[in-house]
Design a binder for this molecule. Structure first.
Ligand code: PPE
Length: 306
């Protein structure tokens, strides 16, 4: 069933069913694509895209990291195209998925043998980690799979191929009966989850791994800013597996997941097993921002119809 009426492909709106690529596409065979995940929220001023400029900058940077020497569109043009997709589909709130993908008629593993194409889809997307996640929290395991070494896969780029690592961990986690997996970096310190960044709270201070081996999450950056606005100290540092077990609170965040409390890791209850006060305060501030009801909304929301 169609999730939307139109997908933007290479500069034009195309009907959902017609937005297809060939079986021999190199992005499909080798994971040669870079993508973004962006949310558009319903506000009193109509649909508004959260931190559109930052997402477009990261998309262009991901393409640069993967090795594309040029793109057919600028970050500004792609930002306008995201708005166009939301408008064309008539969505108030949705998830937006831009993808820059490689296409070549040679299969020689050389990026320069092909070109970059771009598509942007949008669809309504509810709670990523389950309908009750934000209220009740989620249960996680520490994955048996290690997160990428930053000189094996480029962890600051949202490369499609990188996500095979996330899929290994997520599938294992769900098969074991958990909601999501925490992944450790090659040194054994906490990196991130399969699709979220992670924070812990201990004695009122908020800690998160630095971005040396993880995605520079835009929700992560937003929550760090909101936490500092609220007077919390936020420290980027190495976090070990046993730091997780004795944290007062843990929460994860991402565009799809938003802000989600973690109530259990490896069968250890975190804090009192409920969403803690810091997590609740940040989730509340985040919700106000995306609904256009917070002082930070002005700089972080792009209104689609204005
Ligand atoms: N780490 C990873 C590995 C990741 O995939 C995401 C986003 C984040 C951190 C958080 O980044 P940000 O969205 O900028 O706050 N994961 C995206 C993809 C989810 C999917 O299943 O696809 C997302 O949330 O859109």
């Amino acid at each position: 069933m169609a999730e939307s009426r139109y997908i933007w492909l290479d500069g034009q709106l195309v009907e959902y069913e017609k937005a297809t690529v060939h079986f021999l596409n190199t992005a499909l065979h080798y994971g040669l694509g870079v993508f973004e995940g962006i949310r558009c929220y319903s506000t009193q001023r109509g649909p508004a895209i959260f931190r559109l400029k930052e997402h477009m900058t990261r998309l262009v940077n991901s393409a640069k990291i993967l090795g594309f020497r040029s793109l057919p569109f600028t970050a500004e043009q792609l930002g306008e195209a995201c708005k166009e997709v939301v408008r064309a589909n008539g969505f108030q709130a949705c998830y937006i998925r831009p993808l820059v993908f490689h296409e070549s008629d040679k299969r020689d593993l050389n990026l320069d043998s092909g070109i970059a194409r771009v598509g942007i889809a949008a669809w309504p997307w509810g709670a990523y980690l389950g309908d009750e996640a934000e209220e009740k929290g989620v249960r996680m395991n520490v994955s048996s799979y290690t997160r990428h070494h930053p000189n094996v896969m480029m962890t600051k780029a949202k490369v499609t191929g990188n996500y095979a690592n996330s899929v290994l961990a997520k599938t294992e986690s769900v098969r074991l009966g958990f909601d999501e997996a925490v992944m450790l970096d090659p040194q054994g310190y906490v990196a991130e989850c399969t699709g979220e960044n992670l924070f812990i709270v201990r004695n009122g201070v908020i800690y998160t791994p630095g971005t040396w081996a993880v995605l520079e999450g835009i929700t992560r950056d937003s929550l760090m800013t909101l936490a500092r606005d609220l007077g919390y100290q936020v420290v980027e540092t190495q976090i070990s597996r046993d730091h997780l077990y004795i944290a007062d609170e843990i929460f994860v965040c991402g565009t799809a997941a938003e802000v989600v409390p973690v109530t259990e890791i490896d069968f250890r209850v975190i804090g009192d097993g409920k969403a803690g006060p810091v997590t609740r305060a940040l989730a509340k501030a985040f919700r106000a921002v995306v609904q256009g009801e917070h002082p930070r909304s002005v700089e972080w929301l792009s209104y689609v119809n204005e």
